[in-house]
Design a protein around this ligand. Structure first.
Ligand SMILES: Cc1cc2nc3c(=O)[nH]c(=O)nc-3n(C[C@H](O)[C@H](O)[C@H](O)COP(=O)(O)O)c2cc1C
Ligand SMILES: Nc1ncnc2c1ncn2[C@@H]1O[C@H](COP(=O)(O)OP(=O)(O)OP(=O)(O)O)[C@@H](O)[C@H]1O
Length: 143
C-alpha cells in the first residue's frame, strides 16, 4: 500500500530550508502531498507576498513533491480527509500542537500519525533559511 505523507506551510519565497523539510517529509513515506496555506489563513505572521496559486505551482515543481494544492478556506482537515495520509509531517517551527492534531484526527476517524521534521543548519555564512530573513535583507539592501 502507498504511504502518503502530508506537509504544509506558507512557502512564500522558497529557500533551502523548505527543500530540507520537503525531502525529510517525503522520506517518511512514498508519496508527498503539500497543502499550501491560503493567504487569508496566514494570521500568525505577515501575509505572503506571492499569490496562492504561484506558491502552489513553485512547491509542485520541487523534486520531492508529488502533488501540491492550495488549502481549504476554513477546514484544515478537509484536504486530509481527501488525501488520507498515514503521516502528517509538521515543520520544526510550526506552531501547531501535534497532540491536538492527533486528537482531532481520531475524532474524525482518520488513522494518521503526526511527526515533527528537523531544522536545517546553516552551511555557510550568509545563507538565508527563512522567508522573513530574505524579506529583511531585501528591505535593508534595496529599501
Ligand atoms: C494538518 C494541517 C492542515 C492544514 N490545512 C490547511 C488548509 O486546508 N488550508 C490552509 O489555508 N492552511 C492549512 N494549514 C496551514 C495552517 O493554516 C498554517 O497557516 C500554516 O501551518 C502556516 O505554516 P507556516 O507558519 O509554516 O508558514 C494546515 C496546517 C496543518 C498542520
Ligand atoms: N530552515 C528551515 N529548516 C527546516 N524546515 C524549515 C526551515 N524553514 C522553513 N521550514 C519549514 O518549511 C515549512 C514552510 O515554512 P514557511 O513557509 O513558514 O517558511 P519560513 O521561511 O519559516 O517563513 P517565515 O520566515 O515567514 O516564518 C514549515 O513546515 C517550516 O517549518
Amino acid at each position: 500500500m502507498t504511504a502518503r505523507v502530508v506537509a504544509q506551510g506558507t512557502f512564500d519565497l522558497l529557500h533551502p530550508g523548505h527543500v530540507h523539510y520537503l525531502r525529510e517529509a517525503k522520506a517518511m513515506g512514498d508519496e508527498l502531498h503539500v497543502i499550501v496555506a491560503r493567504r487569508e489563513n496566514v494570521t500568525h505572521k505577515a501575509q505572503p507576498i506571492l499569490p496562492n496559486r504561484q506558491r502552489r505551482d513553485m512547491v509542485a515543481a520541487l523534486a520531492p513533491v508529488d502533488e501540491a494544492r492550495v488549502g481549504h478556506p476554513d477546514d484544515i482537515f478537509a484536504p486530509i480527509e481527501d488525501i488520507e495520509p498515514s503521516v502528517i509531517a509538521l515543520g520544526y517551527d510550526q506552531h501547531h500542537d501535534a497532540d491536538a492534531i492527533e486528537a482531532q484526527l481520531t475524532e474524525r476517524g482518520l488513522d494518521c500519525a503526526v511527526r515533527r521534521a528537523s531544522a536545517r543548519e546553516h552551511r555557510y555564512d550568509d545563507e538565508l533559511l527563512s522567508t522573513g530573513a530574505i524579506i529583511e535583507r531585501i528591505l535593508n539592501r534595496r529599501g
